[in-house]
Design a binder for this molecule. Structure first.
Ligand code: CA
Length: 423
């Protein structure tokens, strides 16, 4: 097995120490080059390793699975082979890229066929997403929102510490990093107006989130316990759950957000496996009051993943506006999945389940403009002198995520999109 945080492990491909993709990571993605069909790859340094090409050269022959899964435009078929195959493939790739192994290292012709510079390929949506669920699992975020919109003394609603609150989102508008979109239009109701008006959203926001991808399905009626939940998770991505706050505040009663959140949700192109993240498991918030038995879990289930958000106005450099961490989650993925299936709701390979906005306890760690500018009352100033309460046309919002231990950095790459003017 790979020792994911052993800094002595190196690839024969040079990897910068600030790069997200050392040999200990090996995240999966889908890439395409001009004139060729998409296929499965892993990231290594500033290169992509074309797994369809690796398979064609016979390097996976010993593993006895149908390598056609690598010549597909999504990871779903590969994921459906199951966790033992994911792990065997991960180990095989690790050995092929290991600086101490000559098999691929010393085969110059083969190397030319399987490696491509990452900046010369197009990275596509990594999975076909059937269903998308968004949770609301950060206590600091939920508390901030409650303080702003309800009662500062009773910021959390009575169910919040008992239920990992969530809602069903929309899969069709989940887009891969680098896909730009137009500012949404919709109904809003200005505070002083009697009737709603229609037009472009004036309060466009980002939400700093991660999401996990289902790797093992369940049948209708089946439930997943917290201690079996990890078997059903293939890996994680970064997610920006773009939100139009003015549309949201008018439409959300009584059934929750609808058009304010389903116009675009950006995910990062690389799926970082749970195996790569395992060494970064850590304690989370103590859950008080005690949760119901089906939500109890043992061991460390939070993960120490630093999360950063940058705003980049057109023609400017990215400017960091937030540093948060996945460890601030109150409800962890294992509880979210146990809750999601406790009523018998079935899950499918490729389903995406998002964390909800991840805010930390202090200013500087808040995961949305709503919280950072406290509903627009405390605008932030960017290096070019301009102010932001929310996101302007032409702004790019960039999310980064990474875990570091022993000098080994396991990262997610970039999750970014630029807001174009409303059509
Ligand atoms: Ca959200």
């Amino acid at each position: 097995m790979i020792k994911p945080i052993d800094p002595r492990l190196k690839s024969w491909i040079p990897v910068d120490k600030n790069c997200d993709f050392p040999i200990q990571n090996l995240p999966y993605g889908i890439f395409k080059t001009a004139g060729n069909k998409p296929c499965v790859c892993v990231a290594i340094g500033d290169q992509v390793l074309n797994l369809a090409a690796v398979a064609k050269l016979g390097y996976f022959n010993q593993l006895k699975f149908d390598t056609k899964v690598f010549s597909k435009d999504s990871l779903n078929d590969f994921i459906s082979l199951g966790q033992p195959v994911w792990r065997a493939v991960r180990n095989r790739i690790f050995n092929l890229l290991n600086a101490d192994r000559e098999e691929l290292r010393d085969n110059v012709e083969a190397r030319k066929k399987v490696l491509l510079p990452m900046n010369e390929v197009e990275l596509l949506l990594p999975v076909k997403i059937g269903d998308y669920t968004d949770f609301y699992s950060s206590i600091d975020h939920a508390t901030n929102m409650g303080k702003m919109f309800r009662d500062p003394a009773n910021a959390l609603l009575p169910n919040w510490k008992h239920i990992p609150v969530g809602y069903h989102g929309r899969a069709s508008s989940i887009i891969v990093s680098g896909t730009n979109f137009h500012r949404p239009k919709g109904q809003t109701k200005p505070a002083d107006a009697e009737n709603p008006v229609f037009g472009p959203s004036k309060l466009l926001d980002f939400e700093l989130e991660t999401a996990f991808i289902i790797g093992k399905p369940t049948r209708l009626g089946e439930t997943v316990s917290t201690d079996k939940a990890d078997d059903h998770i293939f890996g994680m991505v970064l997610l920006n759950d773009w939100s139009a706050r003015d549309i949201q505040s008018w439409e959300y009663v009584p059934l929750g957000p609808f058009l304010s959140k389903n116009f675009a949700s950006t995910i990062s192109p690389w799926v970082v496996t749970l195996d790569a993240l395992e060494p970064f498991r850590t304690e989370g918030y103590k859950q008080e009051p005690k949760v119901l038995p089906y939500l109890e879990y043992s061991g460390k289930k939070n993960i120490d993943i630093t999360l950063e958000v940058f705003i980049q106005p057109a023609g400017q450099q990215p400017h960091k506006i937030c540093t948060s961490n996945y460890k601030y989650m109150y409800w962890v993925m294992e509880q979210q999945l146990a809750h999601h299936t406790v009523n018998g709701c079935n899950i499918n390979i490729g389903d995406l389940m998002a964390s909800g906005t991840i805010s930390g306890p202090e200013e500087g760690s808040f995961g949305s403009m709503m919280e950072i500018t406290w509903r627009g009352t405390k605008p932030i100033r960017l290096p070019d002198g301009s102010e932001r309460k929310f996101i302007n046309d032409g702004d790019t919002v960039l999310i980064k995520g990474y875990s570091v231990k022993n000098g080994v950095r396991i990262g997610f790459g970039e999750c970014k999109a630029t807001v174009l003017p409303a059509t």
